[in-house]
Design a protein around this ligand. Sequence first.
Ligand code: NAP
Length: 272
Amino acid sequence: MDNELLRDHQIQNIMDLKLDNKVAIILAASKGLGKAIATALSAEGAKVIIGSRDKTELDKTAAEIHHLTGNEVVAIPVDVSKGEEIEAFIKKAADTFGRVDILLNNAGGPPFDKFENFDDAQWQKAFELNLLSMARTSRLVLPHLRKTGSGRIINIISGSVKSVLANSVLSTSMRMGVVGMAKMMADEFGPYNITVNNIAPGLILTDRIKHTLPKDADPEKAMQEKAKSIPLGRIGKPEELAALAVFLASEQASYISGTTIQVDGGANRAIF
Ligand SMILES: NC(=O)c1ccc[n+]([C@@H]2O[C@H](COP(=O)([O-])OP(=O)(O)OC[C@H]3O[C@@H](n4cnc5c(N)ncnc54)[C@H](OP(=O)(O)O)[C@@H]3O)[C@@H](O)[C@H]2O)c1
């Protein structure tokens, strides 16, 4: 079909995600899921601003992404669990390109253990890292997203909001808070044409997952063991999750809001 015909059928550029020149903030992005999402958004033409704590690692990642995609990548160090740091980060990020279209909320995960082993200080830390951080960034980015008229907020949470994952009480409790918050935000921000969605990873191969393998086990075998209960028979790759984040950030996802979507190879057996 020629372009005119495609235009008549309103299906032109169906694969063009229209992310060229959009500005995306991706938090906790020096490695793992955040890095994969930043890379994928940059590959689709977005200007990306990445944040995490270790400046050396972050600068290295920014250089790597820029080298891969040729697009602008800005690294600004930030600890997302600290209010003042987030405020300074968002201000700097918003000034960098004069606009923000996409906010990808992400953070390191809280420790795994049984409920009875966590004290108040650990609960407070998990709250600041995995729930309050996302409330803060979203509040501070909101005025910028309102200006663009088509903002996107995407939160990385965990498949544990859909089915029980042993020892994940801190993560699950905070992620459930994000699910509720995102639902409220989708409701309130709809009139500004801002969509708000969550991505719930199952088992995706990053350093966080490598660190949970038994210390004395052969890593390959340990991973095969973990993959046994996953219908697709393997652990996911960060870029497989990044593909969904990029789609949710795109214009094509303009009518998807208030949802939590799993990327887990079918691991969650719940029907609803
Ligand atoms: N991978 C999975 O299968 C999976 C499954 C379920 C849920 N999740 C959740 O998804 C999120 C990302 O996981 P991942 O697997 O990508 O982890 P990862 O490979 O360990 O990467 C974590 C990233 O977060 C950054 N970070 C950690 N604490 C931070 C803080 N306070 N402020 C700013 N940045 C911070 C780290 O950089 P710095 O240390 O330099 O700050 C790093 O860039 C986590 O919340 C995890 O619990 C992952």
